[in-house]
Design a protein around this ligand. Structure first.
Ligand SMILES: [Zn+2]
Ligand SMILES: [Zn+2]
Length: 109
C-alpha cells in the first residue's frame, strides 16, 4: 500500500462501460472512491506485496529471491518457498496465487 504522499496526477482512461458501472455501484456501497481503488491496484501492480504462506511476513516481491528449484518467491524472513510446504498446502497456495495472476495479467514475479 502506498504510504508516501506525492502530488495527485490526472488519469484519463477508457474502459468497459459495464465494468465501470458495476465498479461504481460497489465502490459507492463500500464508500471507497474509484480513484483510490485504481491507485491501490496500480501500486500493487508496480510493486506487489505478498504475505509469506508459512510465517505471515509481508514482503515486496520485487526484492524477494526466486527459488531455483520450485520457482516460487522465497520469504526473506523464514526462507520458505514451495519446497518448505507440504503437498496439500502447496496446491492450495498454487490456486490462490492464480487470483493474483489473473488480476495482474501475468505472474507476480
Ligand atoms: Zn516466511
Ligand atoms: Zn523452493
Amino acid at each position: 500500500m502506498n504510504t508516501h504522499k506525492s502530488p495527485k496526477a490526472k488519469l484519463n482512461i477508457t474502459i468497459d462501460e459495464n465494468i465501470l458501472q458495476d465498479a461504481k455501484r460497489v465502490a459507492e456501497e463500500k464508500h471507497i472512491p474509484i480513484s483510490r481503488l485504481i491507485e491501490n491496484f496500480l501500486d500493487f501492480f508496480a510493486k506487489p506485496e505478498v504475505y509469506c504462506f508459512k510465517c505471515g511476513e509481508k514482503f515486496c516481491s520485487i526484492d524477494a529471491k526466486l527459488c531455483p528449484k520450485c520457482g516460487w518467491l522465497v520469504c526473506p524472513k523464514c526462507n520458505v518457498c514451495r519446497c518448505g510446504l507440504d503437498e496439500d498446502t502447496a496446491v492450495a497456495v498454487f490456486h490462490m496465487r492464480r487470483v493474483y495472476e489473473d488480476l495482474l495479467a501475468g505472474r507476480v514475479k
